[in-house]
Each structure stands twice: as C-alpha cells, then as structure tokens.
Write a protein that binds this ligand. Structure first.
Ligand code: GLP
Length: 244
C-alpha cells in the first residue's frame, strides 16, 4: 500500500491495530503485538497514544513483545529500546507493566541463550503474535536479523552488520560506541506472526524496499523472506515506493 506521506500511512496502521484490540476485547481475548523501534513506527505510536488519551482505546488486554535490543545495553541509557518504548508509547498508555516484554540487554553472556528460549516460550504462552510491526534497515534486516540470517532462526544474540553500526553511529555519538551485538527475535519468530506489517518512509529506503519486495528470496536480504508470509503488508510513502 502506497500512501502520500508517512503520517497518513501511520494513521491507517494505528487504526488497524486499534480495531484489532477492540474486537478482541469484545471477545474477551488478549491482543498480542510485536513492536519495533527506530524512527519508522513513531507515527503509529503517536496515533495510538492519541486514541488512548481521547478515551477511545485501552491497552489493559494487550501484551507486547519488542523485536530487539542492543547488547549490552542498560535500560536507562539514551539509546536503549526500553527507554525508546517508554518515551514513545508505554509511559502514555494503560498497559500493565507485566504485559510488556523487551529483550534484556543487561544479561551476562552465559545467560543469553536460555533467556532467548524463554522469550520464545513467552510469545507462545501468550498465544502467538497477532500483528508484528517492522521497519527495515539498510542491510535489509528486520528486527536485527542481519544478512545471513536463516528463515527458521529464533530469538538469539546476533553480531551487527558494519552498515547497521554506521547507521546507528549518530545515536551513539560515534561508531566506536555502538554495541557490536544485539538480541533479536529470529526471522522464524517474525514469520510465525498472524500478520506482519513492514513500514518504510523516505527515498533513503527506496533501494532496499525494491529488493525486499521484488528481489529473489535470499538470506543476504532477510526482509525478502516476508514474501513467503501469507499475510504480510508493506506500507510505504511515495518516496519509499519510488523504485518499485
Ligand atoms: C534498527 C532497528 C530496526 C529498524 C531499523 C530502521 O536497526 N533494530 O528494527 O527497523 O533500525 O530504523 P529507522 O526506522 O530509524 O529507519
């Protein structure tokens, strides 16, 4: 779906999420959302916060799982995804704290593997992801599934691509301060979601969007795996769609 601009597109995505939450509320069911960070989803979060503040949407029955977190990372650090999610969404809505899950960047190395298995298990126990929101990195990563990620990969520790670390350099005041690793949901974890919504805005994303949507399915561009998903939607503004 191509929209004139990111703000119109973000409103549509937020409206779809709100409708899902309301219909599951009516059925006395919880909604399980997979959430993303980065500049791309901020407009969606802004809309969801607005709906909540207007009294039109409650998150009491919503369970969230974030895609990824840098490793190592302290939750209070400027660049942490915990902080990002609190600032953009969780601090402004009525979601119970124990229904929010973000990969833990403070673990010891030897605790990570078991933690990742438990993260997968928690998603299962919640009933699986109803919707997974995604942005896309310049390498074609989804979450932090960098080139080389397998389609059946699960939540794990990953080494970040050089390009990803370069792109994050300004957030960390220099590439040398960007963590070398991250914990990320796997491609398989993402593909298990009932619905996947990949969003991208701006001409900078146009080349990788062309690859993701029209390129052959391959591990060098992990976003191409989404072509095999039964219910994947790509939401773009005109600039991001210009090479399609
Ligand atoms: C990071 C995140 C990704 C995100 C990407 C793009 O690498 N881990 O989930 O999609 O950045 O960021 P932006 O939305 O700011 O372009």
């Amino acid at each position: 779906n191509i929209y004139q601009d990111a703000s119109t597109a973000s409103k549509e995505v937020a409206e779809e999420i709100a409708q899902l939450i309301r219909s599951r509320d009516e059925a006395n069911k919880k909604t399980v959302l997979g959430l993303a960070t980065g500049s791309t989803p901020t407009g969606v979060y802004k809309e969801l916060v607005r709906m909540h503040k207007e009294g039109a949407l409650s998150f009491k029955n919503v369970i969230t799982f974030n895609l990824d977190e840098y490793f190592p990372m302290e939750p209070h650090s400027l660049q942490s995804y915990v902080r990002f999610m609190n600032e953009h969404l969780f601090d402004h809505i009525d979601i119970p704290e124990d229904q929010v899950h973000i990969p833990d960047g403070t673990l010891d190395r030897d605790e990570v593997a078991e933690y990742c298995q438990q993260y997968e298990q928690k998603i299962q126990e919640a009933g699986g992801l109803d919707i997974q929101l995604l942005g896309i990195g310049r390498t074609g990563h989804i979450g932090f599934n960098e080139p080389g990620s397998r389609p059946n990969s699960r939540t794990r520790l990953i080494t970040l691509d050089r390009i990803t670390r370069k792109d994050a350099a300004s957030d960390f005041f220099g590439e040398e301060h960007v963590p070398r690793r991250a914990i990320t949901m796997g491609v398989g974890t993402i593909l298990d979601a009932d619905k996947v919504i990949l969003m991208a805005w701006g001409e900078g994303k146009a080349p990788i969007i062309k690859e993701a949507v029209e390129g052959s399915i391959r591990e060098q561009i992990p976003a191409t795996y989404l072509q095999e998903h039964q219910n994947a939607q790509v939401i773009l503004d005109e600039a991001a769609a210009e090479k399609l």
